[in-house]
Design a protein around this ligand. Structure first.
Ligand code: 5GP
Ligand code: MN
Length: 341
């Protein structure tokens, strides 16, 4: 197998940094998703097996559907344990930054992270900020987990990928590729998945743990969102949804409950852009998804102080949900006209 995410010069640099047992910290992005958790924990398992000391730090509490991941119980949550989180970042000999491209993606850990001298970035988002000493950036990789597999293999550490590590890495492949259906899914993705399966990953269990973990409240919130809060604009090929704080309270919202809602818009025939606006206490969270060549990351960057990938991006609005949706509607025609269907 070749390892497209692991250029040999970078691998050599990382190998040199890891040539003796080190004290390492891995940090990932705010609201860690399956790929953030899977890549961080997967890499942590491998590096521990290779003789290093590794602490994983997450900015805030991950959604409960990821609690079962091997090693999740040892993760330090920065906004609940600031002192320990700060120490883990400050005292590490090397900090590995996984699945994010800008230092403002780590919430309250940002300041501490900025002051860490030696950082390694492993990420698949567009336009990474140049903040790391060693940068692995592959925007064609479907998941950071796929990159971790490539890098670990190129480092000669494939034999250290235990069933626990493989399970973590497989999870990120599944969640970031939409269960192997987004266009980012490549033959290499399938080969990596097959390799991980051969290491003992129980595929049915992973998919079940991710997909079949709804609460009744979440399903009712989904039903409500689709029936009461969805607008379809067939002439534009656009679907949009919004949820207010009151809507969320009504269905006993728990973090992670709206994960994936935005994708339902894209499942409508003829729709190529789906937008989701969720009111948070401080900001409006914007999530966009698209099909084909429509670069929603550029739209989020320009209008919602965000970014992401061509077909999956996010950002925020600071003037309330109505203003955010108005801005979206105003900018939409010109944006769509640039990328005819
Ligand atoms: P989601 O809509 O699921 O929150 O995010 C979709 C993608 O957009 C993710 O890959 C995420 O990294 C990126 N993204 C979401 N919110 C932001 C943001 O506020 N800033 C940037 N730069 N990227 C974001
Ligand atoms: Mn990712």
């Amino acid at each position: 197998m070749s390892f497209p995410s692991a250029p040999s010069d970078r691998v050599a640099e990382l190998a040199a940094l890891l040539s003796a047992p080190r004290s390492l910290t891995i940090i990932t992005h705010y609201n860690p998703d399956g790929d953030a958790m899977g890549s961080s924990l997967g890499l942590a398992h491998v590096l521990r097996a290779a003789g290093h000391r590794v602490q994983v730090v997450v900015p805030n509490t991950p959604a409960p559907f990821l609690n079962w991941l091997p090693g999740a119980e040892e993760v330090l949550v920065f906004d609940r344990s600031k002192e320990a989180g700060t120490a883990a970042l400050k005292n590490a000999e090397l900090v590995l930054c996984l699945d994010f491209n800008r230092q403002d993606r780590v919430g309250q850990a940002e300041e501490v992270l900025r002051n860490v001298p030696d950082k390694v970035l492993i990420d698949h988002h567009q336009d990474p900020e140049p903040f790391a000493r060693v940068v692995f950036s592959d925007t064609s990789a479907c998941a950071t987990c796929q990159m971790v597999f490539d890098i670990v293999s190129a480092l000669g550490l494939a034999s250290k990928i235990s069933v626990e590590a493989a399970t973590c890495l497989y999870t990120g492949l599944v969640t970031d590729s939409g269960s192997f259906r987004f266009s980012s899914t490549k033959p290499h993705t399938m080969r990596v998945a097959a390799d991980l399966m051969e290491r003992g990953v129980l595929v049915e269990r992973v998919h079940g743990a991710i997909m079949d973990d709804n609460t009744a409240d979440r399903l009712r919130l989904l039903g409500f969102t689709l029936s009461e809060r969805m607008q379809v604009l067939p002439e534009l090929g656009v679907a949009m949804f919004h949820l207010s704080q009151a809507d969320l309270r009504r269905f006993n919202f728990a973090p992670g409950d709206t994960e994936g809602f935005v994708n339902y818009g894209l499942s409508i025939r003829g729709i190529r852009l789906s937008a989701f606006f969720m009111e948070r206490p401080d900001v409006v969270k914007v999530s966009l998804r698209s099909k084909g060549d429509l670069p929603v990351d550029l739209f989020c960057k320009e209008h919602f102080n965000g970014g992401g990938h061509r077909n999956a991006a996010g950002g925020q609005g600071n003037e309330g949900p109505e203003a955010a949706m108005r801005k979206f509607m105003e900018q939409l025609p010109a944006f769509l006209a640039q990328y005819p269907a």
